[in-house]
Write a protein that binds this ligand. Sequence first.
Ligand code: ATP
Ligand code: MG
Length: 239
Amino acid sequence: MTGPQGTPLLSIEGLSLWYGAVQALWHIDLRIDEGECVAVIGANGAGKSSLVNAIAGVGRPRSGRIRLAGLDIESLQPSRVSALGIAIVPERRRLFPSLSIEENILVGAQVGRPGPWTLKKIYDLFPELVPIRSLGGHLVSGGQQQMAAIARALMANPRLLLCDEISLGLAPIIVARFYSMFPALRASGISILVVEQETRRALGACDRFYCLLDGKVSLSGRPLEVTEDAVNQSYFGIG
Ligand SMILES: Nc1ncnc2c1ncn2[C@@H]1O[C@H](COP(=O)(O)OP(=O)(O)OP(=O)(O)O)[C@@H](O)[C@H]1O
Ligand SMILES: [Mg+2]
């Protein structure tokens, strides 16, 4: 589904990005329609985090267009991007170590949009955060840290939720729980961009996917329309 005039929720055209002299993304085109779950898959160093960080406005030299519902956002600061409705669950969580779990979660409300998410709703979603809410982020388990990072993003009331490897280092049962939340989030009006190295889970959850290889889109489509061989070839750059 697209917006009122057929405008995608997110559209990226010709995005390139550099770290100093090293080019990490090459002319990326990508679209997310309202209500979609889109996956970005790719091996170590393929450019997945560079792409989601660029969408979130995290500063690196870049060229190309990034539009949210038709509005150019590529030159905006992360706080402005967040206020417009894009929230990121960053790779490795990046909780603030000097803040408690609850204070970390509340950061999302400070930078985001007004909307339905409250601390009560967060604790209904993740009841195991209640007894540890006063603890520092570094004192809790990886799964609890990931819950707090997701909670922080939800408290910003995003239109688009960017999830960068939320499964990293976590038990499969916890990962399955995060992915099982997606249908309800989408039903509430949140579109999702999920980044994973683990292809199967991402393809099982998404409507469409993009595979990155060495900073370029090597394959895109709908999971059911591509063969496992085609995915493997575009993921590893073989064949
Ligand atoms: N801060 C940085 N300075 C220099 N080069 C970087 C920096 N961050 C990433 N790179 C390089 O940019 C490329 C893309 O990295 P990126 O982190 O976006 O990949 P990724 O797909 O997220 O990898 P991973 O699966 O390991 O998270 C890699 O070659 C990486 O070495
Ligand atoms: Mg990454």
